[in-house]
Design a protein around this ligand. Structure first.
Ligand code: SF4
Length: 698
């Protein structure tokens, strides 16, 4: 007979930035199944991850006791999911011992080598409250701004460009606004895989007559419904977008009133675009000039047109330039500030928006105030009763480099897995193993925890209460559904225990008290009360005063820049950092897949999802496979200048010829051992979407 739940708890999906609301159905403290709830972002829908990716919380691999590395145990060797030598590497410890060891290790480094020899990585998967307290600990306990998280690897470039041009890093319109758009421009994003429920709003809009312009080197499920699919050459975003803007200027399709009233820098932009005619750009981006002209007209003359983008835009050494072009496109046509228009960088993790809002970034305080901004810093110093360094800290990849240089010796990681997610992962793993002290707080023995000195067993997503901010700036409430296993503890408790041992007098009585402080530190959320979140499940910010409804659409009459205007920032062509050559003739593109989430630590421990996609695959176009002399299903070795992995070759016509696509979720074939750590100069985001690779059979 079907087992009936004995209770239900309402919460939010832990995976992507769409932020679907769901109900956990529980019996005897075990989650039996999950159902979609009628939230603003999902209206009852869930994708395969939200529906089936919950049983990781009950997996036998859950960490249930603090662990300490045994004296002399080597920090090397490759992680395996079932490490049989685990007892040789770690021993169980009490919380007291583990926390003391962690805090003493950090204090010793801080006092002997200075605060900047320490750093912290927070998590885009934790709650706002956890992100906020974590960065506060790093800034006031460690006393450094060396605090970052995976936004650096995801939309850092989009945020830099948005802040620079429009004064705010957030999306202008919610995803669901696509139903009010006559034209959708979707670039460098595969929402049916990465934001599946968001994609259903796009499909609905297309059925109702909205036109889709898809700009993507890969064919995706939405290509079939696109009016135009421009499969441009990987890495040629800027020449393509400049050519489109060239047409808009040349053919007088500019919204002159909008440009005159609400922007700056158009004349320089116009001049800059002269050299980017579609005819000149055609051989560079591989798109016929005529098509570029058609697309320009379609976007510019639409009543309402909205641009959405993903990591295909952001993860390049020219990621900031790509985003600058998209912003300019919307400004010159006035396609922003109204329903069905605007700019929407689709956020990846379920709280990457919130973690960034909370100041989990090295150059920005909570609510995006620059750390160099004296007045913002002083206000926060008063609230916190502690000094804050005025120098920006190091970013994720820079922290790894600083460890290699011997300048950074202690690292606290909460809920991130850089051993899998950082570019050039061998280099990152080497760095992690060179630290004097690495403290990892997580729910599984991840590839990163495998290199730790102290491991602190933390709370899984359904085991705690907290707020999460989705890609639409919607703040939602996640609720405790089940108890934690063994001796695992709440992340908020663990952060505070470390803080107290480092001399901070912290005693927050749970997430609500932290949230109340957040409302003071983040003015744009000042009007959101805990009670309202409990009652309404979600509120959109900006919401500065209690009772404000919240603003789903922003930039309606001004941009939050000093003079209220949006700025055109011209972008020139920058080549990808590592081009294919005779030795490494193909292009490697990394990304995600529908069934597995990021580094796989949760989804590969979810039965249904693991059964759907159990083994590491690389997808390759049939013509390219033939050229390689490889049959589908055979093993291939992918190698770059940084490393190699062996993987099953899967045929896929969606991948451009001459390229290989691989998701980064497989510990046994960690594709980030191959990826290139070259950085975008403005945003310090690495080029995950392009490097040169060689493929050999076997
Ligand atoms: Fe979860 Fe995203 Fe799927 Fe919604 S679309 S169920 S938030 S993974």
């Amino acid at each position: 007979a079907m087992v009936e739940p004995d209770r239900q708890v309402e919460s939010v999906c832990p995976y992507c930035g769409v932020g679907c609301q769901l109900t956990y159905n529980i019996k005897d403290d075990k989650i039996l199944y999950v159902e979609g709830r009628d939230g603003p972002a999902n209206h009852g829908r869930l994708c395969v991850k939200g529906r089936y990716g919950f049983d990781y919380v009950h997996h036998p691999h859950r960490l249930t006791k603090p662990l300490i590395r045994r004296e002399g145990a080597p920090k090397s060797g490759d992680f395996t999911m079932e490490p049989n030598d685990i007892d040789k590497i770690f021993r169980e410890a009490t919380w007291e011992e583990a926390l003391d060891m962690a805090a003493k290790g950090f204090l010793k480094i801080r006092d002997e080598k200075g605060p900047n020899a320490l750093a912290g990585f927070g998590s885009a998967k934790g709650s706002n409250e956890e992100a906020y307290l974590f960065q506060k600990l790093i800034r006031t306990g460690f006393k450094t701004n060396n605090v970052d998280h995976c936004t650096r690897l995801c939309h850092a470039s989009s945020v830099v460009a948005l802040l620079e041009c429009l004064g705010s890093g957030a999306v202008s319109n919610p995803v669901a606004d696509v139903d009010k758009a006559d034209v959708i421009v979707l670039i460098g994003a595969n929402p049916t895989v990465n934001h599946p429920v968001g994609a259903t709003w796009m499909k609905n809009a297309l059925r109702a007559g909205t036109k889709l312009i898809l700009l993507d080197p890969r064919t995706t499920e939405l290509s079939r419904q696109a009016t135009h699919h421009l499969a441009f050459k990987p890495g040629s975003d800027v020449p393509m977008l400049n050519a489109i803007m060239h047409v808009i200027v040349e053919e007088n399709l500019v919204d002159k009133n909008f440009v005159a009233e609400r922007t700056l820098g158009f004349e320089a932009m116009k001049k800059h675009l002269q050299k980017y005619s579609p005819e000149l750009m055609e051989p560079i981006c591989g798109i016929p000039a005529q098509t570029l002209r058609e697309v320009a007209r379609l976007y510019a003359t639409a009543n309402t047109a909205m641009i959405l983008w993903g990591m295909g835009v952001s993860q390049h050494v020219h990621g900031t330039d790509n985003a600058r072009c998209l912003i300019s496109l919307s400004l010159m046509t006035g396609q922003i500030g109204r329903p069905g228009t605007g700019l929407h960088p689709l956020r990846g993790q379920n709280n990457v928006q919130g973690a960034s809002d909370m100041g989990l970034i090295p150059m920005r305080l909570p609510d995006y105030y620059k750390v160099q901004d004296d007045s913002a810093r002083h206000k926060l110093e008063q609230l916190w009763g502690s000094e804050i360094d005025s120098k920006p800290g190091l970013t994720v990849v820079e922290i790894m480099d600083a460890i290699h240089e011997g300048k950074l010796n202690g690292l606290y990681i909460m809920g991130e897995n850089p051993a899998m997610s950082d570019p050039d992962a061998n280099h990152a793993r080497q760095a992690l193993s060179e630290l004097d002290i690495l403290v990892v707080q997580d729910i599984f023995l991840t590839e990163t925890a495998y290199l730790a000195d102290v491991i602190l067993p933390a709370s899984g997503f359904p085991e705690k209460t907290g707020t999460f901010t989705n890609t639409d700036r919607l703040v939602q409430m996640g609720r405790t559904a089940i108890p934690m296993p063994g001796d695992a503890r709440q992340d908020l408790w663990i952060i505070q225990q470390i803080a107290q041992r480092m001399g901070l007098d912290w005693n927050y009585d749970g997430p609500k008290e932290v949230f109340d402080e957040i409302r003071k530190a983040v003015p744009s959320m000042g009007g959101i009360t805990w009670e309202r979140l409990e009652r309404e499940h979600g509120v959109v910010y900006p919401c500065e005063q209690e009772g404000d409804p919240g603003e789903p659409i922003i930039f309606t009459d001004r941009f939050p820049t000093t003079d209220g205007r949006g700025l055109f920032v011209p972008a020139d062509i920058v080549e990808p950092d590592e081009r294919p050559d005779d030795e490494y003739p193909y292009i490697l593109i990394t990304g995600r897949m529908l069934e597995h989430w990021h580094t796989g630590s949760m989804t590969r421990r979810s039965n249904v999802l693991d059964a759907l996609e159990p083994e590491a695959v690389a997808t390759i176009h049939p013509l390219t496979l033939e050229e390689m002399n490889v049959r589908p299903g055979e093993m291939v070795t992918l190698s770059t200048r940084r490393g190699e992995v062996s993987v099953v070759a899967r045929v896929d016509e969606a991948v451009p010829t001459g390229a290989i696509f691989m998701a980064f979720c497989y510990y046994e074939a960690a594709v980030n051992k191959l990826s290139n750590a070259a950085l975008d100069p403005a945003a310090k985001i690495p080029e995950f979407k392009y490097c040169a690779v060689k493929v050999t059979p076997g």
